[in-house]
Design a protein around this ligand. Structure first.
Ligand SMILES: NC(=O)c1ccc[n+]([C@@H]2O[C@H](COP(=O)([O-])OP(=O)(O)OC[C@H]3O[C@@H](n4cnc5c(N)ncnc54)[C@H](O)[C@@H]3O)[C@@H](O)[C@H]2O)c1
Length: 350
């Protein structure tokens, strides 16, 4: 039973529904924005062009150069483009990389961001920014980077390849898991986390077969999981993924997919609420094993080795994690962390 908590709601507007992107111009207008720069990755330029077309004279054109982990050079160039084109806001159409670029512009120039997410990463719901310089990723929290408006349109996720959708969904599940044992957890966060995890676990196996319905449910789950991430402090899982992704340049969603079952197994003895919620969601007394089975059954990676991690670098991960520790329900010691990482490296079932 909850006896004590604090909860800070995020000041943003969220709209959700198939075809919702066609109402984007209204969202931009409601924020009082007259000229917005549309951001995307090179692979989603065509979608960004369509979105710019929908915005008509409120569009300041497309900047299609977003890249994973927001390299500072890309951020500088995008900020310069926003200035040259007289943009008073940005519309980020894409996954965490594109929304991250919008946040980088907001961080420097205060331009409001409207996010149109097309993956399940959840960045649109958080005030967390990240910038990578000389291979080192810096992150921080700043209310200025929190998108003012988020438009979830499941139709835009139809093109997300199933493999990417599955790992992105596991990334979302990780937000829910850590929200359930965060030091600043609260009743509303726990409700969002369990409901988000349930929607995602239900949708993931059906993404390839039930198309629209499953993707709608997954996007709904990703919203809730992202909201959990935005409302809580990250723990061991996110720290590990941050080090593995940032220092060893491993792919973001895939790393989350491999590491999550092992962190759930590690933390389960010290995180009763998380264990109980996951047991309800997954319908088993072994949530860590069930998450590993789920990923494997959907063809997602289960070993860091398969993502290109060199086993000889694992001690550096241990050092980095212990050197600047995050909160965690179970104390993290070197030996236990080595065991956890060795299992993740080899793809052992937790
Ligand atoms: N700040 C935060 O709160 C936060 C939260 C989660 C992730 N992130 C960051 O986001 C990045 C990862 O984001 P991601 O996992 O969404 O990957 P991503 O944005 O890099 O997208 C992966 C690839 O999928 C393509 N893609 C995206 N949506 C698509 C669609 N619907 N159809 C076809 N292709 C599509 C993209 O163009 C890209 O090539 C990392 O840098 C991570 O650190 C930040």
């Amino acid at each position: 039973m909850w006896t004590e908590f604090a909860y800070q709601a995020q000041p943003m507007r969220v709209t959700f529904g198939p075809g919702r992107v066609r109402q984007l111009a209204g969202e931009v207008e409601a924020l009082g924005l007259g000229r917005v720069l549309v951001l995307s990755t090179p692979g989603q330029e065509e979608l960004a062009m369509r979105v710019a077309g929908m915005l008509g004279e409120r569009s300041a054109g497309v900047y299609p150069k977003a890249r994973m982990h927001v390299p500072v050079e890309v951020a500088h160039a995008a900020r310069a483009t926003a200035r040259e084109r007289g943009a008073d806001g940005c519309v980020a159409v894409g996954g965490g990389s594109t929304i991250g670029l919008g946040k980088a512009i907001a961080l420097a120039h205060g331009l409001p961001v409207v996010a149109v997410p097309t993956t399940y990463a959840g960045s649109e719901m958080t005030p967390v920014w990240g910038l990578t310089e000389n291979g080192v990723k810096r992150t921080g929290r700043d209310a200025a980077v929190l998108p003012r408006s988020v438009v979830y349109d499941p139709e835009l996720t139809a093109t997300l390849p199933v493999g990417l959708a599955v790992t992105s969904g596991m990334n979302a599940l990780a937000h829910a898991v850590e929200g359930l044992y965060a030091p600043d957890a609260s009743p509303i966060v726990s409700l969002m986390a369990e409901e988000g995890a349930r929607a995602m676990v239900d949708a993931l196996p059906r993404l390839g077969t039930d198309g629209h319905e499953a993707r709608t449910r997954a996007l709904y789950g990703s919203w809730l999981c992202g909201a959990v991430l935005g409302a809580t402090t990250m723990s061991l899982h996110h720290k590990l993924c941050h080090v593995l992704g940032g220092t060893f340049d491993l792919p973001h969603a895939e790393v989350h997919t491999v590491v999550l079952p092992h962190v759930v197994a590690f933390n389960a003895p010290a995180a009763e609420a998380m264990r109980d919620a996951l047991e309800r969601v997954l319908g088993t007394g072994d949530p860590a094993g069930a998450l590993w089975d789920l990923a494997g059954s959907l063809g997602a990676p289960t070993a860091l080795a398969d993502l290109g991690m060199d086993e000889r670098d694992l001690p550096k991960v241990v050092e980095a994690v212990l050197g600047a520790p995050y909160a965690n329900p179970r104390p993290v010691e070197a030996e236990a962390l080595q065991t956890l990482l060795a299992k993740a490296q080899h793809g052992d079932r937790p």
